[in-house]
Design a protein around this ligand. Structure first.
Ligand SMILES: NC(=O)c1ccc[n+]([C@@H]2O[C@H](COP(=O)([O-])OP(=O)(O)OC[C@H]3O[C@@H](n4cnc5c(N)ncnc54)[C@H](OP(=O)(O)O)[C@@H]3O)[C@@H](O)[C@H]2O)c1
Length: 280
């Protein structure tokens, strides 16, 4: 299997490279392949002829994006469009990663979002990621879009931040009214591999670890599992204002993925494995 991995220095890319280490990999960073440049994308892909493209490139600075619409749009929408055009020309399967931010996140907290639910992004990041999804669906016939959320792995992430703060402080304030599923990059990479090798039907899938909790509860779990004595104090989103509005309900239904034969592990099990890796 010959695979092109774009944005290869990112957090998810690290796990994807490891998961596919037995495949023939072409790993590119922004210098080697800037996905926003169609001519470069065409030349590069026609020269290397991969069977799959796994697009790990993205503009992920959610707050900064509020001030940088065009930069975010180039990477999150035009880049995926370019990859989709060339993937279609060359009969390549495109794997792309999207986000819970394509939804408004204002649904009743007892309900979950299915793949087909109305998309109403309220942030620049979400708007540009949704445009990327739509461009792929429009320009390419062989694609997977895996929507994930609350990702952590080898890179800056919530778990690392909590461990650092927990060791330095007696208490931390964490938001208690946003619900979602923390997702270990390793488990997402495994799911991508399973989807490709099992040849599940093309389309959009929600791919997060199982279980729904708040950031507050997640912080408690992190301290509990990492054996750190630090009090977690609950605060509301309103008390913890950020430039980009966070979705209160990020609960993604995984029924479609399960029906395709893939079950992702529970977040508690994922956290245990991640901490074991981190504490080495
Ligand atoms: N992190 C999360 O919590 C989260 C949640 C939901 C969905 N996702 C999605 O999951 C995917 C992976 O996220 P991640 O956290 O692994 O992202 P990441 O660590 O920010 O990595 C993204 C990579 O893309 C590269 N890049 C930026 N512009 C590029 C361009 N024009 N051409 C080629 N590469 C470019 C970046 O390089 P530089 O660093 O040099 O700019 C970076 O290495 C993204 O699609 C993201 O939207 C992430």
């Amino acid at each position: 299997m010959k695979i092109l991995i774009t944005g290869a220095n990112g957090m998810l890319a690290y796990a994807v490279k490891n998961e596919f280490k037995d495949s023939e990999l072409i790993c590119t960073d922004v210098v080697e392949l800037d996905i926003t440049n169609l001519k470069n994308v065409q030349n590069f892909i026609k020269q290397h002829k991969p069977e799959y493209i796994i697009n790990c490139a993205a503009y992920t600075a959610v707050d900064k994006a509020e001030e940088q619409f065009e930069v975010a749009r180039q990477v999150n929408a035009i880049g995926p469009k370019n990859l989709a055009i060339v993937a279609n020309e060359e009969n390549i399967t495109l794997v792309h990663i999207s986000t819970d931010y394509v939804f408004a996140g204002d649904k009743n907290i007892n309900e979950v979002y299915t793949e087909e639910e109305e998309k109403k992004p309220v942030t620049v990041y979400g708007i540009t990621k949704l445009e990327g999804e739509n461009e792929i669906a429009k320009n390419c016939s062989k694609y997977y879009i895996f929507r994930t959320a609350w990702l952590y792995g080898n890179g800056n992430n919530f778990v690392r931040t909590m461990i650092k703060l927990g060791k330095e402080k007696e208490s931390v304030n964490v938001v208690c009214d946003q619900y979602g599923s923390p997702t270990y990059a390793v488990d997402l990479a495994k799911t991508i591999k399973e989807a490709i090798t099992q040849k599940i039907p093309y389309g959009i899938y929600h791919t997060t670890n199982e279980g729904y909790i708040t950031w507050y509860e997640f912080a408690q779990k992190i301290f509990e599992q990492a054996n750190i004595k630090c009090e977690v104090k609950p605060v509301t989103s309103e008390e913890f204002e950020r430039p980009a509005k966070r979705p209160k309900n990020s609960k993604l239904s995984k029924e479609k993925l399960k029906n395709a034969g893939i079950i992702m592990p529970n977040y508690e099990d994922a956290l245990k494995r991640y901490l074991k890796e981190e504490m080495k």
